[in-house]
Design a protein around this ligand. Structure first.
Ligand SMILES: C[S@@+](CC[C@H](N)C(=O)[O-])C[C@H]1O[C@@H](n2cnc3c(N)ncnc32)[C@H](O)[C@@H]1O
Length: 365
């Protein structure tokens, strides 16, 4: 990629800033905007098209949680903006781990984003990935298409050649949900086109979905076309996509150890600390097992309290109710995933937000 005189000047200013002892937030943003990975790296062979700052700013609104892993992180653009939103606006500390293969990028990333943990490695390295532990969320703008790597990807369920889709599967071994910047050709929809949102499954996506069971969905309306001219050295047709929920049962990662059901057990142990802790089917079976066990031990009153009392009042007529079970939250109706798990108080499984007493009427006009 040939840079203009102005681009070289801006890049040089970034190099000077990176040589300073310290940088302000605005100076860091300047570097994210103006540092050219192609300047002294071989951009063609390593496919290092960093996300434009504007798109990364929109993207970080899709991110949540207190621990985030950024795969193929480059210099940390995607997670940097999220981290700073969280500490500045939400006053919440977030753990960020960035995995990147290019050491030169890591050196720059560490200066811009020293709060993150930087791991020099290949995302196809199974041992590395499975040693990282679990995160609340994974994010990635991976290289697109058939990218060479010294590492084998035989351990993945996805058998296609597209590196971006390999990363989508890899993210599922690290987090229950993930957000990505992906080429339109790897997705079952288009959103950033003049016509707006459209379902349009590609062969690539259908193969990926068949082999992994993973479902990719759209963002909350981020128009990537708006930033098409802001990529350095490319103008890719991309979308922001998310995996709302990786199903643990579908992943080859060892499932978390689940304690056998006991009469004296905490709600978190019985039902899992979050939805990903076990399959919905297993959670419901454990609930039934616990009720039977408690009744047998003479605790029918306790069972009735959690399984029957108050449901009529709170979940009356709700379409998601199946006896004492909420099919929306996949929890007992009376177990609120925050209130009950943290303080033992009775609540509503959907926290009240999912109650639906009649089918939603579609307005026709
Ligand atoms: C498209 S760039 C995106 C960088 C950054 N995520 C962003 O949004 O600005 C892809 C990055 O993936 C890195 N990469 C390529 N292959 C990799 C691999 N096998 N493991 C880890 N990182 C890799 C490249 O060095 C590059 O920094």
């Amino acid at each position: 990629m040939k840079l203009s005189k102005q681009q070289i000047k801006q890049h040089q200013k970034c190099v000077d800033l990176l040589n300073q002892e310290e940088m302000t937030y605005d100076e860091k943003l300047f570097v994210y905007e103006n540092w050219y990975p192609a300047y002294d790296n071989q951009i063609g062979t390593i496919a290092s098209f960093f996300t434009p700052v504007g798109l990364a700013r929109d993207f970080q609104l899709m991110v949540g949680g207190k621990s985030v892993v950024d795969l193929c992180a480059g210099i940390g653009m995607l997670s940097f903006l999220y981290y700073h939103r969280m500490i500045t606006w939400e006053e919440t500390e977030v753990r960020v781990v960035c995995v990147e293969r290019n050491y030169g990028f890591i050196e720059v990333g560490k200066k811009l984003f020293p709060e993150a943990e930087w791991i020099h490695g290949d995302v196809l390295d199974e041992e590395l990935i499975k040693s990282l532990g679990r995160f609340d969320m994974a994010v990635s703008n991976p290289p697109f298409g058939n990218i060479k790597s010294d590492r084998s990807s035989k351990w993945l369920k996805y058998k296609g050649n597209d590196f971006d889709l390999k990363v989508v599967e890899i993210a599922g071994y690290l987090a229950p949900m993930a957000a990505f910047i992906l080429p339109q050709g790897s997705l079952p929809f288009t959103l950033s086109d003049p016509g707006g949102y459209r379902n349009r499954s590609t062969e690539k996506y259908l193969k990926f979905n068949r082999e992994t069971g993973i479902v990719l969905g759209p963002s909350m309306g981020i128009d990537c076309d708006f930033y098409k001219g802001d990529w350095k050295g490319a103008a890719p047709t991309v979308e922001v996509a998310e995996v709302e929920s990786y199903l643990v049962d579908d992943m080859t990662v060892d499932p978390p150890e689940i304690e056998p059901v006991k009469r004296e057990t905490s709600w978190a142990e019985l039902l899992g600390v979050n939805r990903e802790a076990m399959s919905d089917k297993e959670r419901r079976a454990r609930w039934e097992e616990w009720k039977a066990m408690a009744r047998k031990a003479g605790d029918s009153e306790v069972v009735d309290y959690w399984a029957k009392d108050n449901i009529d009042e709170s979940c009356a007529g709700c379409v998601h109710r199946d006896k004492d079970w909420c099919k929306l939250a996949e929890l007992p109706c009376n177990i609120n995933p925050v209130l009950t798990l943290q303080s033992g108080m009775i609540g509503m499984a959907c926290m009240g937000a999912g109650k639906q007493t009649a089918p939603i009427q579609q307005t026709l006009f």
